[in-house]
Design a protein around this ligand. Structure first.
Ligand SMILES: Cc1cc2nc3c(=O)[nH]c(=O)nc-3n(C[C@H](O)[C@H](O)[C@H](O)COP(=O)(O)OP(=O)(O)OC[C@H]3O[C@@H](n4cnc5c(N)ncnc54)[C@H](O)[C@@H]3O)c2cc1C
Length: 499
């Protein structure tokens, strides 16, 4: 679609200063910071303590919105922001948004990885085209709220790549949308031995390990005990993500492993460990149904608390040992080290505290949205759940809010004081969905756990789940990929090549 737009509107294409990464820091500096009028030229390339970067905007230039993060919240904001009013700079360690509700399906080959990754430049083409808009592959390391500056450090890709490069960006408006981090509750060994399921590279790692273990267990001489261990997939955390992943795995085992790895089909098992009830936010009826269906599909449900994780086994608090070949950790999220480090007032739970308009009240021109943000206690509102639907709607709301401010002439730093702010952000929960494998899903349309409302289960819910997420996939390109992947899997089974 965007290429059609390009053909139809060649006049809007402007030449853009790119962000080259030459092979040495000094060349990098020279090309980066002398290439555009936006870049400062005062820094000493040899001295990493003196940062170069994007200078403050001038009154006759477009104001600059800096967005930290390319997740549900940040990307929704980037998509909706009016690029006639603002230049956008996105800083994130990944150049794409992950469509997380479908991530579990990529681990077992139901979907391809690219089907759930949406490049930022496709979400907001101005980032590729407009001379003052950029995407930088970097982490924000700190924020200087007095000077309206963020400090960043480039992301490097292993030992062969460049040393990290530091730079700074002046902002007129700053939106923190840096998400949360998987909780480990300080349990020893989780970081070292478990795989989280949050990013595309995690899904890739899970798939590689699963297929590796399937192949290793088929090699002559592997003991029975070792076969059982290699093919024991353990999922810790019975929330929607853990349950969906267990469902996908059991589907994979029942449909694909049984046919294509028939020598080891009786050894492969899935265990889901949860300290409380699985799917605790869902209706009781749906929870019991999910537990029954998962058990029917061969998933062993274990109530237990993990005490220690070792390279080949988990120790539970009752002393029992669970050997595993693949361990996936999905026990909810908490504030990231970056959020913890920011010296700003926090909401209950340690997220960045925001007011009713998603502003950070103690500082000028700074906002927080998505999993990293929570209402301050003083608002009287609860901290919202870490959900894509919350993050997405906050991104949309804040884009409109900033557009209104920008239109009224308040886009530049310290300039929005007298602008009408409009209505505060109000969240209305639309319901929850989760697949449990074997063409079955749960749809819970209640506003909250104790409210009354419609809840569905079984095949109709599965159909609703698939249709709903297909329509939510951001681009037509990925929607097409997802539909084709589903059809291919239905006709030919999952892709089991270990590339
Ligand atoms: C497997 C899985 C399935 C899920 N399924 C559902 C579902 O079905 N329905 C639902 O509502 N929710 C679901 N969720 C939850 C949902 O994905 C999150 O609530 C949502 O992603 C939060 O959006 P966000 O933008 O706040 O954070 P994220 O999407 O996590 O994005 C954060 C971004 O910030 C970047 N970042 C981190 N640190 C920095 C830094 N220092 N500087 C710059 N950038 C930084 C990250 O790289 C990332 O790009 C699921 C989550 C997972 C992991």
């Amino acid at each position: 679609m965007s290429f059609l737009r390009n053909i139809l509107k060649p006049s809007i294409l402007k030449s853009k200063t790119h962000f080259p990464f030459p092979s040495s820091s000094s060349t990098l500096y020279n090309s980066l910071f002398s290439a555009s009028h936006h870049y400062s030229t005062s820094a000493d390339a040899g001295n990493t303590k003196m940062y170069a970067g994007l200078e403050p905007t001038k009154p006759n230039e477009k104001p600059r919105v800096v967005v930290l993060g390319s997740g549900w919240a940040g990307c929704r904001l980037i998509k909706e922001i009016d690029t006639k009013i603002y230049d956008i700079v996105c800083v994130s360690p990944r150049n794409h948004m992950v469509f997380t509700p479908l991530l579990a399906s990529t681990c077992v080959g139901t979907l391809e990885f690219r089907s759930v990754a949406e490049p930022i430049g496709r979400i907001q083409p101005a980032i590729n085209r407009e001379p003052g808009s950029y995407y930088f592959l970097a982490n924000c390391t700190s924020v200087d709220t007095d000077d309206h500056v963020v400090h960043c450090q480039t992301v490097t890709d292993g030992a062969q790549s460049l040393d990290p490069w530091k730079f700074k960006i002046s902002y007129d408006k700053l939106v923190v949308a840096s998400g949360a981090e998987a909780s480990t509750f300080g349990i020893h060994g989780v970081h070292e031995h478990a795989i989280f399921l949050r990013e595309v590279h995690h899904a890739q790692e899970i798939r590689r390990k699963l297929l590796l273990n399937l192949m290793l267990s088929d090699i002559p001489g592997v003991s029975e005990e070792e076969k059982k261990r290699l093919l024991h997939c353990v999922v810790v955390g019975g929330g929607p993500t853990g349950v969906e992943f267990s469902g996908e795995l059991s589907d994979f085992i029942m449909k694909d492993v049984r046919q294509r790895y028939s020598h080891v089909k009786d050894y492969i098992h899935v265990t889901l460990i949860e300290a409380n009830e699985i799917l605790s936010s869902f209706d009781d009826r749906l929870r019991h149904y999910a537990a029954k269906q998962l058990t029917k599909s061969g998933v062993r449900l274990v109530r237990g608390i993990v005490k220690d994780v070792q390279p080949d086994k988990i120790i539970l608090s009752d002393g029992s040992e669970v050997p595993y070949g693949l361990l996936v950790w999905s026990t909810g999220v908490g504030p990231s080290p970056f959020v913890k480090k920011l010296e700003l007032e926090k909401s209950p739970g340690g997220r960045i505290g925001v007011d009713d308009w998603l502003r950070i009240p103690s500082v000028q021109d700074m906002y927080a949205i998505g999993d990293c943000a929570g209402f301050l206690e003083s608002t009287g509102k609860p901290v919202l759940p870490a959900l894509a639907q919350v993050a997405e709607r906050q991104g949309k709301y804040l884009a409109k809010f900033l557009n209104r401010i920008g239109k009224a002439g308040g886009g530049h730093a310290n300039n929005a004081l007298d602008v009408d702010m409009g209505k505060p952000f109000v969240y209305r929960h639309l319901g929850s969905m989760a697949t449990i494998g074997r063409y079955k899903a749960l749809v819970d349309l209640r506003q909250s756990k104790d409210a009354k409302g419609l809840s569905l289960k079984g095949f109709p819910s599965w159909f609703i789940w698939r249709s709903a997420y297909l329509t939510r996939v951001i681009s037509w390109r990925n929607r097409f990929y997802v539909a084709i992947n589903w059809l291919t899997t239905l006709l030919f089974g999952r892709d089991i090549s270990r590339i």
